[in-house]
Ligand binder design. Structure first.
Ligand SMILES: [Zn+2]
Length: 93
């Protein structure tokens, strides 16, 4: 048993996910993380390190927060309320 998966189950899940992170869809040379719900222990799927350890953690494992993040990127409040404003790193105006 590894992170709640029985023998061969990682490979079955990996193939079912098409060999990519279940969230961002990127392929990884190293093994994907076995992501699980820390409250219940439920194994959710295979994710890359960035999605598992940064994205889900920053989003507090909340579907609502992740939906808000998608809406935020699609309709940024500064663009809606102020119009286009630009800031590019290392370029002083
Ligand atoms: Zn990912």
């Amino acid at each position: 048993m590894t992170y709640g998966l029985g023998p061969g189950e990682y490979e079955v899940l990996f193939a079912a996910q098409g060999g990519v992170c279940a969230i961002c869809g990127q392929t990884r040379r190293t093994r994907l993380d076995v992501d699980h719900d820390h409250a219940t222990g439920l194994v959710r799927g295979l994710c890359c390190r960035l999605c598992n350890r940064k994205l889900l953690t920053a989003a507090r494992n909340s579907p609502a927060v992740l939906r808000n993040a998608a809406g935020y990127l699609e309709a940024p409040p500064a663009l809606r309320f102020l119009g286009p404003r630009y800031h590019i790193e290392n370029r002083e105006e």
